[in-house]
Design a protein around this ligand. Sequence first.
Ligand SMILES: Cc1cc2nc3c(=O)[nH]c(=O)nc-3n(C[C@H](O)[C@H](O)[C@H](O)COP(=O)(O)O)c2cc1C
Ligand SMILES: [Fe+2]
Ligand SMILES: [Fe+2]
Length: 401
Amino acid sequence: MQKTLVEKIKRNIYLLRLNDSEVKYFEGLWYIPEGITYNAYVATLPEGVVLFDGWKHVYSELYIETLRQVVDLSDIKHIVVHHMEPDHSGSLKLLLEKVENITVYGHSIANSLMQAFYGRTVKFKPVNDGEKLALGGGHALYFYHTPWLHWPDTIISYLDSEKVLFTCDVFGSYGIPSRVFYEDLPSDEKTVFKWFTQKYFANVIGHHVDWVPKNLDKISRLNLNIELIATGHGPLYREISYITNLYQELGAKQVSKNKTAVIYTSMYRFVEEAVEIAVDELKKQGIDPRIYKFTDTYRDHESDIIGDLFDAENIIIATSTYDADLYPIAKYIVELIKAKIPSNKKILVLTVHGWGPVAGKKLTESLAEKKFQVIGSMEIKGSPRREEAKIREVVNKLIRQ
Ligand SMILES: Cc1cc2nc3c(=O)[nH]c(=O)nc-3n(C[C@H](O)[C@H](O)[C@H](O)COP(=O)(O)O)c2cc1C
Ligand SMILES: [Fe+2]
Ligand SMILES: [Fe+2]
């Protein structure tokens, strides 16, 4: 696949997109075989060239080379840093070393991060919420603070002459789209990108979900005449309501009725026996659950689990006692669940042990810390087959309550 894409997206604006299919674990954590794009933008305006963000640090040279395809580096007057996470700011270090007299605009926190990350004191103009930057010829850029989507420094900006809202991570998604604009994607790819957006949202923004409705309300009260949302990852949106509605739903922690997920670990397939009974009962009751597992031959991925659980109604967590504690992978997954997904879920805990049950109690206590509603917890000694009737009973309790 081609690594870079340069496209004129408005009269005076270019998209500079890096298709990163080499990244395997976004933030070193989230498995994304679908890859990701870093979208930077260049506006050529009477006052000079304005850049909006950059690419990940490893692509610094390529970023500058690509910039040279559309502008003379010496014409760059301003850089807007919407967010200092290095997937966007990394390549700016080299650019700021090469070109002098660029003014950087961003949140005051971004200024301190610029020095902390890159050891650079740059010509930095901290922007207030709602501040305007006149760019000549009737062009003006407005900055808005959108805290905790997903860092404290996160801002968005609006170029009123072109009716473009630059949003960086906000409305972003994993994946490398075959077209620049969401509206131009084939319909099956649209479906896939809806999932990539939810997965990205849950993984990256999920922890701060309560800030989503606050910031969305704030953007909508601005009454901007937005024609295009220019994101920092994935497709760009002309159909503004599609992506803002999707964010409304995710931000409201909307649950998909009856959506049920089963996550389990199993060393020697005892836990798996319990899961088989539970899944059989779910299917009998007309529910086809999503199943994620960690066994001696297979492992699912945290990125998918967190993405998929975000809007689930019911969750079954099945695992074992291990060294007088909760099985280590289950412990880790549960910590991620507590950190990233809303607690408006009903949960059933199924645990298996040999000689001294611990896992069920620990798991239930741990989930209660974040106010998840644990509907039932069963501690099973050895093979779960003997407990079949009881397992079926608690599964029914989970889906009916
Ligand atoms: C390394 C190891 C440590 C274990 N530690 C405990 C323990 O502390 N207490 C206990 O009751 N069972 C313990 N067990 C037994 C398992 O919990 C039990 O065999 C359970 O059925 C495992 O289910 P699974 O094979 O589906 O993962 C341990 C098993 C292993 C392999
Ligand atoms: Fe980010
Ligand atoms: Fe990002």
